[in-house]
Design a protein around this ligand. Sequence first.
Ligand SMILES: Cc1ncc(COP(=O)(O)O)c(C=O)c1O
Length: 412
Amino acid sequence: MTSTELHHQPFALTPQPSPGMIVKAEGCELITDSGRRILDAAGGAVVNNIGHGRAEVADAVAAAMRDVNYVVPLWPTPNRSALAQHLVERWLPEGFGQVFFAGGGSEANDTAMRLARMYHLSRGDTERHRVIGRVPSYHGSTLATLAIGGHMDRRDGFDPMLAEHPKAPWDSADAVAAAIEAAGPDTVSAFIAEPVIGAAGPGLVAPLDYWADVTRICKSYGVLMISDEVMTGFGRTGTKWGFEHDHWEPDIIVAAKGLTGGYAPLSMVAAHDHVVAPLAVAGKGVMFFTYSGHDSACAASLAVLEILEAEGLMERAASQGERLRHSLIDAIGTSPNVRSIRGRGLLLGVELDGVTSSAVVGAALERDVWIYPGGSGPAGADGLLFAPPMIVTDDEIDRIVAVTAEAIAAVA
Ligand SMILES: Cc1ncc(COP(=O)(O)O)c(C=O)c1O
């Protein structure tokens, strides 16, 4: 067995062929031990935002780790406290005064489900526990987050282990109301949605009216709204949060990937004060994770957000996203193998027709470009997800687009 094979995830679903051992990463490129340079057109798994190899972040993590290594999440540490304050002051909407840290997106969405449940329990609404999800959608791979998600391939085989949570098609507000009615409004705790759908249906964006209608419906039934910003958060779509485009505001915000740009594992759940207040009165809360808000991960986040803000990368995600979108439309918009090109900022999806995403991603990787394969089996559109680091240059966009067109043609 070679060292490369040893490092392959042995139980991973739909593994992609390995390009070799990645020993370095800089800018928008991953570099293998044989010197091969792979253009990272997906920021890994829609994670990297500031580019790879920023020494300032490594220095911040090292300094933090020298001072404190592990401190139980209940107590303040310098970077943990500073990050919570920074998020409240600079990133979160008015009224969001509380942040809970976790390790990744699944843990954070699981926490959001528990927080919503505790909110209702604290108010004496003991029956409310169901979370309405959409099809397609992806909220994580723990058994709770698989259960609220609509990613059929990733749920496959686990159905007997998944609690039943109602589902609605991703673009129908009427279906959300019908799902609440069918479940029994007194049993529904929350509605969860990705503002731009990622892995399960690359780049899908619901019509503008959808969000106003769903907000009205959720409010009328006393159902909390959770925005899963694990992919869309921290400027990826050209605004701080994905929901801003559609002029609605959630009660709970979940974020992960862009929070540290992949430099450390960290996620967050932020809640509006009106959600947290009843818990405080009732003396209720949710259990933390051992690694909730590790100080060195918080140090990485602070350093990443400082770069993101100082270098105007959110604005760059908007402008380079438009460039990438138009280049894709010019190059492959009329291809018989492309059904649609959509998304926001630097989170763009290409829905495929007659070719599979795994084949196209494989062909692109042979040409040294990494694109994220999306789609979720029968319920979701098979396609490609583009989300390069926000520092992506014009030349790099040209290469991503040229290789995508070549890869589709080669597979077709
Ligand atoms: C929207 C969304 N939510 C949740 C998750 C799960 O995050 P993690 O893999 O960090 O557990 C993902 C991962 O891709 C995601 O895209």
